[in-house]
Design a binder for this molecule. Structure first.
Ligand code: PLP
Length: 500
């Protein structure tokens, strides 16, 4: 399988797409075609465990990697998840399903891919004969940063530098990042929001001067954000796995359609569901759930993407994003894989902060995607009622998705003509990752200290506190630097100059 740029410039192998992270023309790598999963493969996957299912699917994209070795890497990755199954599907009494993707080493769904990406990147670099140090720059709204740090900790020949918005992550997320062990890592707070971090990183990637200065030091840049195709494709696997689990447990018959509702920020997770559909998974509706930063809701409803709007800090910080990078991959598909049109829209976005798609394109997207958003009050209400009714505590991001999902279910139920499918809500983080806001939602109580929040949630719910949350409590803070967005490259240069 070859990968091409959404802006038309390139055609490369899987290892190259992973190691490069982003195309030279600024576009994102996408598979040249969507490989189909055959009926026989669907049948075979029913009897497989998660790593085997993932290996079968990923092999279709990454045929340069040795199959046995890839399976071994997937087994190692997912053995780090608590409870055995990395993607358990929980049936709720309201008839919905929650796909829990937060049992990994950092308690957010980012682990599903960031435990696998280090193998794809290290092996890819070896296959390409790359000798320079690889420096991964990460812009994070909280969860990617920690998962990348943990995934690449002490990886040979690879360094990771994470930029996060100083005031834009939860206290627990910040603690998780600033206490991280590992000699090849650095973490820097940026005095700005996530979009400032993301555009700062993108500027460094796009600057010939920055790239040249780093090359002089024997360093080449790449990305571990969901713009990296090696991040996106492992995420496709859990949609298949959830579907297969519904079949094996007798909840659906093979071929029945299933809807997925996903709490969305950079649009990587939901795009993975779309990719799964293109590979033949019978997906019904894909529901894009946003918080108050509802730029995607407006886009799917009107066809107009416009970042000129207030930016809100919410209790679901990993979704506080106005520029959803992965939408570029969807636009590439919706425009009929028209690279010139995609490049034009991205240029409009960079220059004017907006672009629009045609009404027919919007209508075609509307056949697959439904969008909605939840206010802070909606989210708190939903989390509270869900806990009181079903005894299930969820995190604030999942709360956004559940609030949107419940309203949509209601609407569909009220409409006798509507087509109905089972609905899977993707649960992206452990409630213990956002303890103060979760406690507030469940009880109305405010606590100042994150660990007091953890304790109260545990007393209230009896839900096990994950090891990674327990262990950050007494760790020393290692990373204290904070910079303005203009100074990000200085930090990169300093870190690149450090001997590893
Ligand atoms: C990253 C993240 C999201 C948003 O996922 P995208 O792939 O960026 O759309 C939602 N919830 C949590 C907990 C996250 O960490």
């Amino acid at each position: 399988m070859k990968f091409i740029s959404t802006r038309g410039g390139e055609r490369v192998t899987g290892p190259e797409a992973v190691v490069r992270g982003i195309a030279a023309d600024g576009g994102l790598f996408v598979p040249e075609t969507f490989p189909a999963v055959t009926d026989g493969e669907f049948e075979a996957m029913l009897g497989m465990d998660y790593p085997e299912r993932a290996a079968l699917l990923l092999r279709k994209y990454f045929e340069e990697y040795d199959g046995e070795e890839l399976l071994g890497a997937l087994r190692t990755a997912y053995s780090q998840f608590e409870g055995g199954d990395p993607a358990p599907l929980v049936r709720m009494d309201n008839g919905m399903y929650l796909l829990e993707l937060f049992h990994g080493p950092t308690c957010a769904f980012k682990d599903m891919a960031l435990t696998v990406l280090p193998y794809l990147m290290r092996k890819g670099a070896d296959m390409l004969g790359i000798r320079e140090t690889i420096l991964i720059l990460v812009a994070t709204s909280g969860d990617t940063g920690k998962a990348a740090l943990e995934g690449f900790r002490d990886a040979e020949g690879i360094k990771v530098m994470v930029f996060y918005p100083e005031e834009g992550v939860s206290k627990m997320q910040k603690l998780q990042m600033t206490t991280q062990d590992g000699e090849n890592l650095d973490v820097v707070a940026v005095r700005g929001n996530f979009d400032d971090c993301q555009s700062g990183v993108k500027k460094i990637f796009a600057s010939e001067e920055c790239v040249r200065k780093l090359a002089e030091k024997g360093v080449r840049l790449t990305s571990a954000n969901s713009i990296n195709i090696g991040r996106l494709l492992p995420q496709v696997c859990y949609y298949f796995s959830a579907y297969l689990d519904l079949v094996t447990s007798g909840q659906i018959a093979m071929g029945d359609k299933v809807d997925f509702c996903v709490p969305t920020g950079n649009f990587g997770n939901l795009l993975a569901a779309y990719y799964a559909g293109r590979m033949g998974l019978p997906v019904g509706r894909l529901i894009c759930a946003s918080n108050k930063n509802n730029v995607l809701t407006d886009f799917f409803r009107t066809g107009d993407y416009n970042v000129h709007r207030p930016f809100f800090r919410t209790m679901s910080p990993s979704m506080d994003i106005l520029v959803s990078s992965n939408l570029e991959r969807l636009l590439f598909e919706s425009s009929g894989r028209d690279a010139a049109s995609t490049a034009g829209r991205m240029a409009d976005l960079a220059e004017f902060g907006r672009y629009a798609v045609s009404e027919s394109e919007r209508a075609a997207l509307g056949k697959i995607f439904t969008a909605g958003f939840a206010s802070e009050d909606d989210t708190v209400d939903c989390m509270y009622e869900f806990f009181m009714e079903y005894g299930y505590p969820m995190d604030t991001h999942t709360g956004v998705a559940m609030s949107v999902a419940e309203r949509l279910m209601q609407k569909l139920n009220d409409d006798p003509m509507s087509e109905k499918h089972p609905l899977v809500v993707v649960s992206t983080a452990s409630p213990y990752k956002f303890p103060q806001d979760v406690l507030y939602a469940l009880t109305g109580n405010d606590v100042k200290d994150s660990f007091k929040g953890v304790k109260r949630i545990h007393l209230l719910t009896a839900m096990k506190v994950p090891e990674p949350i327990k262990s950050v409590r007494y760790k020393p803070i290692r990373f204290k630097t904070s910079v303005s967005p203009e100074k990000m490259f200085d930090e990169v240069l300093r870190f690149a100059s450090d001997a590893q």
